[in-house]
Write a protein that binds this ligand. Structure first.
Ligand SMILES: [Zn+2]
Length: 475
């Protein structure tokens, strides 16, 4: 079995405001990666920003801002959110990085050329500025972009094309056989249906006048590499593809690309085709997560249902946000979040759940045990951690909170604090067993609530009741 684990977030647009969707994706990746590291693998979590997008930088320049300053601010904003969420990532790749990213993008382009998969043609297409994508008639919904619901512009350009059509069949076979595993099944079906209809060759470059900040096509400075082609390469350029192979050899192929369902087509069709053309192994899997809705609707300013991750972190602490995203949202479906539900779940599962349980057990331990209990080895954690191998994160959450509930009931029924008065030895044994099981809970919590996990382990080591509640109840 492989000793490394490589996981990626999509690279995000340099939006001014980061939202719950960003928080969800990176938290999910962080939890998955931590679980693999706990199981002994060398984990590598890559994230980054997609900065060569024409439209955003155009706006920045029109507003008279410096593009460089703008992009460095964007990076700071992302890193700030990651740090507030307790995300442990290995690298933040920026596609504007001429030393790290550009050599990889250009090296890959040359491979596509060598394979005979790049050709020049005049192209007239329906272009959505919002998506920075050409659409075919059949992709449109009532003649409009399915994402933005606006009519695309008709654009005629001289471009380089990529022979995507050539790879339709082989990609289909690899997805059908799960050699490229697409999760969940609904998304696998969706992409297979798309492949069934066939892929068309796609325009893979743009005139430099339209995208002045893009990566030049090797050998033709009048064209830049199409932003999606450029963006997808981040997954290997970050590892040194095209400049220094060491990390690339070590971590590629990726174990999983975590993506939102809106970018499934790029990751399950275009990216595998590029890799096949270049003779590079395909990633092992794509985990396609849903949207975070609020009250059943997409979060939007006009509906007034936007939940700000920063505000939640401020009020409840970052682990509360991690908890909610891990347990109350399934990675395989859309997940809903309202401030009411958040608070209810916080009180029930964190304040009254793990918080109270820790206080109860450690109070009994502190008062009645002569010394801290010594944990030698934990057994039978594999069933639990296997849930992370298949990305069943919310089930993993249920597993831990079932154990918490069980321990609560056990204390209720057996009342060790009474038993100790009539039979000291039996009482101490029961309390020690409870502390040992609390230690197991702490280990299980590590991917989701890393700080609380450490706190509980320390309390057990010192045989102490927490000085303050782990999670303070909110009214
Ligand atoms: Zn669009």
């Amino acid at each position: 079995m492989s000793k490394t684990f490589y996981i990626t977030t999509p690279i995000f647009y340099p939006n001014a405001k980061l939202h719950m969707g960003h928080a969800y994706t990176v938290t999910l990746c962080d939890i998955i990666c931590r679980a693999q590291k706990i199981q002994g693998k060398e984990g590598y979590l890559l994230t980054g920003a997609d900065e060569n997008t024409g439209k955003i930088l155009k706006v920045v320049e029109e507003q008279g801002q410096s593009v460089e300053e703008y992009l460095s601010q964007v990076t700071e904003n992302f890193k700030d959110l990651y740090s507030k969420l307790g995300i442990s990532y290995n690298q933040f790749i920026k596609t504007s990085d001429k030393e790290k990213h550009w050599p990889g993008a250009q090296a890959l382009w040359k491979k596509l050329v060598d394979a005979g998969d790049i050709y020049k043609a005049s192209y007239t297409g329906l272009y959505c500025v919002g998506c920075e994508t050409f659409y075919t008639e059949k992709d449109l919904a009532d003649g409009k972009c399915p994402v933005h619901l606006t009519a695309p512009e008709q654009i005629k350009e001289e471009n380089y094309f990529f022979r995507l059509s050539k790879y339709t069949q082989v990609i289909k076979e690899k997805i059908e056989s799960d050699e490229l595993l697409v999760l969940p099944q609904t998304r696998k079906n969706e992409i297979l249906a798309l492949l069934e209809r066939g892929l068309e060759d796609i325009s893979f470059s743009r005139p430099v006048k339209n995208v002045p900040h893009g990566i030049p096509v090797p050998g033709d400075n009048s064209q830049v590499i199409y932003v999606w082609c450029d963006a997808l390469v981040n997954y290997i350029s970050a590892l040194g593809y095209g400049r220094d192979d060491e990390l690339f050899q070590k971590f590629w192929p990726a174990d999983v690309h975590v993506v939102g369902k809106d970018i499934l087509r790029f990751h399950a069709a275009i990216w595998p085709a590029m890799l096949l053309s270049a003779g590079i192994s395909l990633p092992k899997s794509l985990l396609v997560h849903g949207l975070i809705t609020s009250g059943g609707h997409k979060m939007s300013k006009s509906l007034g249902n936007v939940i700000d991750p920063y505000e939640l972190i401020e009020e409840y602490g970052y682990e509360a946000v991690r908890y909610y995203l891990a347990r109350e949202v399934s990675p395989f479906e859309d997940g809903d979040m309202t401030t009411e539900r958040f608070k209810e779940s916080y009180n029930a599962n964190l304040a009254n759940g793990i918080g109270n349980l820790t206080s109860r057990i450690m109070k009994m331990a502190q008062d009645n045990l002569d010394a801290p209990i010594v944990i030698t080895e934990e057994k039978n954690m594999s069933e639990y951690f296997a849930l992370y191998d298949t990305y069943e994160i919310s089930k993993a959450g249920d597993y831990v909170w079932n154990e918490i509930k069980f321990l609560d009931q056990y204390i209720q029924e057996h009342q060790p604090f009474k038993l100790i008065k009539t039979d000291k030895e039996a009482g101490q044994k029961m309390i020690s067993d409870l502390v040992a099981r609390l230690h197991r809970v702490a280990l299980m919590l590590a991917p989701i609530l890393p700080e609380t996990s450490e706190k509980i382990k320390t309390l057990i080591k010192e045989n102490k009741v927490p000085e303050t509640q782990l999670f303070v109840r909110k009214d």
